[in-house]
Design a protein around this ligand. Sequence first.
Ligand code: GDD
Ligand code: MN
Length: 374
Amino acid sequence: MVDATTTAPDPCVPELTVVVPCYNERANVEPLIRKLDAALAGIAWEAVYVDDNSPDGTTAEVRRIAQTDPRVRCIRRIGRRGLASAVIEGALSSSAPFIAVMDGDLQHDETRLPDMLASLRGGACDLAVGSRHVEGGDSAGLSSRFRHSLSGLGIRLAQAFLPVSLSDPMSGFFMLPRPLFEQLAPRLTGQGFKILLDLVMSAPAPLRVAEIPCRFHPRLAGESKLDVLVLAQFAGLLLDKVFGGLLPLRFLTFCLVGALGVAVHLAVLTLAREVGGIEFSIAQAAATVVAMVFNFQLNNQITYRDQRLRGPLLWRGLLVFMLVCGVGAIANIGIANTLYENHAAAWTLAGAIGAAIGVVWNYAVSSTLVWRTR
Ligand code: GDD
Ligand code: MN
């Protein structure tokens, strides 16, 4: 006879991990757990909150509930921000066969979770997506007309790049088998809001998707963290996937910021010379400083948004950044001059090689010394 103690399913092992990325969602924690408890009756589940050290004490609230409910866990991340990377870490902490991703602000319809699970259990599909744009779904909860048109634009843009048909590629509510997630995890960019798109676009073969109609509820407490920068990251994600991850997204952003910096430099230089009548060397020095501060700010806001420096660290970072870029500029000029003077390259090519070496240096060194990336 088979030993029952080794074959009986252990009720402590969840079948489903609900990963809940959250930032400043304290007031929504307890209501969501209650809703999950009701919606998932009969299913062994756990909820993993991933909180980026929210100032409102979200972590403390999750831990308070976890004290009496072992199905609830919390991952508290310090010094980092980002929905997608939070989702990845939460999902990777799971040992359950299935993973759901769901917002922590009660906007997603938790009553759809059992249907999503049912569609995956038999293995007939790889991914269940809560969709607002199939029969029975709706997006009434989007806060404004602007958000509606933004969402529509994003959907059309994403669909142009997607390998599978998804009526709601911007959805943040979906479920998939954990082994599939683990397989795709190393390819994910982990940036921005659109982890679903990232997953679908990272799969080596098109995923079989089940779309489950969902209502998108209005937000009752707290506020949305979606902003223009998140949208810029979305565009970046598409570019990154289209270029096949050839160049890291962060590097492309860094280059783009650098190009804007050149424009700022030239604008300041022109103003100082033409309007201010300032001597070239002084105008050039002033333009360099302005462009560096501009680039530092933009990189801190966009390129390294997830590790943004603040307070005294900001000033330290600016100083180191200016030193790093100063060295980069010297290398750039030195190499270009040498190439040109030795007739190794025409002035255009010499200039371009110098600039390329400068930007790679600036990126490599500032991403370790100024913003410490992985
Ligand atoms: N850990 C962590 N870190 N969580 C975050 C962060 C962050 O930096 N930013 C946002 N979140 C959490 C929020 O607390 C919330 O639980 C969830 O991620 C979604 O963020 P919202 O700020 O509420 O986003 P939204 O309502 O504008 O966007 C929703 O709709 C989009 C489609 O229109 C989300 O569902 C998106 O996933 C979805 O794509
Ligand atoms: Mn929301």
